[in-house]
Design a protein around this ligand. Structure first.
Ligand SMILES: [Zn+2]
Length: 124
Protein backbone atom coordinates (compact mmCIF):
# COMPACT_ATOMS: atom_id res chain seq x y z
CA UNK A 1 0.00 0.00 0.00
CA UNK A 2 1.42 3.39 -0.90
CA UNK A 3 2.19 5.83 1.83
CA UNK A 4 0.60 9.16 1.11
CA UNK A 5 1.79 12.56 2.29
CA UNK A 6 -0.63 12.72 5.21
CA UNK A 7 0.75 9.43 6.58
CA UNK A 8 4.30 10.74 6.35
CA UNK A 9 3.20 13.98 8.00
CA UNK A 10 1.56 12.05 10.85
CA UNK A 11 4.70 9.92 11.25
CA UNK A 12 6.89 13.01 11.65
CA UNK A 13 4.36 14.53 14.06
CA UNK A 14 4.52 11.35 16.15
CA UNK A 15 8.31 11.47 16.20
CA UNK A 16 8.27 15.15 17.19
CA UNK A 17 5.92 14.39 20.07
CA UNK A 18 8.45 11.92 21.44
CA UNK A 19 6.92 8.70 20.11
CA UNK A 20 9.30 5.87 19.25
CA UNK A 21 9.18 4.00 15.94
CA UNK A 22 8.85 0.30 16.62
CA UNK A 23 10.20 -2.72 14.83
CA UNK A 24 6.58 -3.70 14.12
CA UNK A 25 4.25 -2.93 11.25
CA UNK A 26 0.51 -2.25 11.26
CA UNK A 27 -1.29 -5.47 10.24
CA UNK A 28 -3.70 -3.44 8.10
CA UNK A 29 -1.40 -1.14 6.15
CA UNK A 30 2.19 -2.29 6.94
CA UNK A 31 3.15 1.22 8.08
CA UNK A 32 5.64 1.15 10.98
CA UNK A 33 3.97 1.39 14.39
CA UNK A 34 4.90 3.95 17.04
CA UNK A 35 4.88 3.78 20.80
CA UNK A 36 3.57 6.90 22.44
CA UNK A 37 4.91 8.29 25.72
CA UNK A 38 1.63 7.11 27.28
CA UNK A 39 2.57 3.52 26.31
CA UNK A 40 -0.05 3.14 23.62
CA UNK A 41 0.93 1.66 20.27
CA UNK A 42 -0.39 3.58 17.29
CA UNK A 43 -0.42 3.36 13.51
CA UNK A 44 -0.10 6.78 11.80
CA UNK A 45 -3.12 5.89 9.65
CA UNK A 46 -5.29 3.71 11.89
CA UNK A 47 -4.63 5.23 15.29
CA UNK A 48 -4.35 3.02 18.35
CA UNK A 49 -3.71 -0.60 17.44
CA UNK A 50 -3.58 -3.70 19.52
CA UNK A 51 -0.13 -5.24 19.14
CA UNK A 52 -0.76 -8.67 17.77
CA UNK A 53 1.17 -11.67 18.88
CA UNK A 54 -0.27 -14.52 16.88
CA UNK A 55 -1.26 -15.12 13.28
CA UNK A 56 -4.81 -15.78 14.51
CA UNK A 57 -5.02 -12.29 15.95
CA UNK A 58 -3.73 -10.79 12.68
CA UNK A 59 -6.39 -12.70 10.76
CA UNK A 60 -9.11 -11.54 13.18
CA UNK A 61 -8.12 -7.90 12.84
CA UNK A 62 -8.01 -8.20 9.06
CA UNK A 63 -11.42 -9.88 9.07
CA UNK A 64 -12.79 -6.99 11.13
CA UNK A 65 -11.41 -4.52 8.57
CA UNK A 66 -13.04 -6.45 5.74
CA UNK A 67 -16.37 -6.44 7.61
CA UNK A 68 -16.07 -2.66 8.02
CA UNK A 69 -15.47 -2.26 4.28
CA UNK A 70 -18.39 -4.51 3.30
CA UNK A 71 -20.65 -2.71 5.77
CA UNK A 72 -19.76 0.66 4.22
CA UNK A 73 -20.36 -0.77 0.74
CA UNK A 74 -23.70 -2.30 1.73
CA UNK A 75 -24.83 0.97 3.29
CA UNK A 76 -23.98 2.98 0.17
CA UNK A 77 -25.61 0.37 -2.13
CA UNK A 78 -28.78 0.40 -0.03
CA UNK A 79 -28.96 4.16 -0.27
CA UNK A 80 -28.48 4.04 -4.08
CA UNK A 81 -31.20 1.38 -4.39
CA UNK A 82 -33.53 3.37 -2.14
CA UNK A 83 -33.05 6.43 -4.35
CA UNK A 84 -33.69 4.39 -7.53
CA UNK A 85 -36.81 2.89 -5.96
CA UNK A 86 -38.21 6.35 -5.42
CA UNK A 87 -37.60 7.26 -9.08
CA UNK A 88 -38.64 3.89 -10.58
CA UNK A 89 -41.85 3.66 -12.58
CA UNK A 90 -41.67 0.18 -14.15
CA UNK A 91 -42.97 -2.60 -11.96
CA UNK A 92 -40.39 -5.16 -13.18
CA UNK A 93 -37.36 -3.07 -12.36
CA UNK A 94 -38.93 -2.15 -9.05
CA UNK A 95 -39.14 -5.83 -8.17
CA UNK A 96 -35.51 -6.28 -9.21
CA UNK A 97 -34.43 -3.38 -7.02
CA UNK A 98 -36.37 -4.79 -4.08
CA UNK A 99 -34.57 -8.13 -4.55
CA UNK A 100 -31.22 -6.35 -4.49
CA UNK A 101 -32.27 -4.34 -1.47
CA UNK A 102 -33.27 -7.49 0.37
CA UNK A 103 -29.90 -9.12 -0.35
CA UNK A 104 -27.90 -6.10 0.80
CA UNK A 105 -29.98 -5.81 3.97
CA UNK A 106 -29.32 -9.48 4.64
CA UNK A 107 -25.58 -8.89 4.24
CA UNK A 108 -25.75 -5.91 6.56
CA UNK A 109 -27.62 -7.90 9.18
CA UNK A 110 -25.10 -10.74 8.97
CA UNK A 111 -22.19 -8.33 9.40
CA UNK A 112 -23.82 -6.82 12.49
CA UNK A 113 -24.25 -10.28 13.96
CA UNK A 114 -20.60 -11.22 13.21
CA UNK A 115 -19.39 -8.01 14.82
CA UNK A 116 -21.46 -8.63 17.95
CA UNK A 117 -20.00 -12.11 18.16
CA UNK A 118 -16.42 -10.85 18.05
CA UNK A 119 -17.17 -8.21 20.69
CA UNK A 120 -18.53 -10.89 23.00
CA UNK A 121 -15.41 -13.01 22.46
CA UNK A 122 -13.16 -10.09 23.43
CA UNK A 123 -15.05 -9.66 26.71
CA UNK A 124 -14.40 -13.23 27.82
ZN1 LIG B 1 -2.36 1.03 9.77
Amino acid sequence: MKRDESTIKKMSELLRSGAVMLDLACPLCSTPLFRLKSGETVCPTHGVVKVVKTDTEVVEIQAQAVLDRVQALATSRISIIANSLGAESSENSERELLDQLERWLEILERIRRLKLMSVKEERK
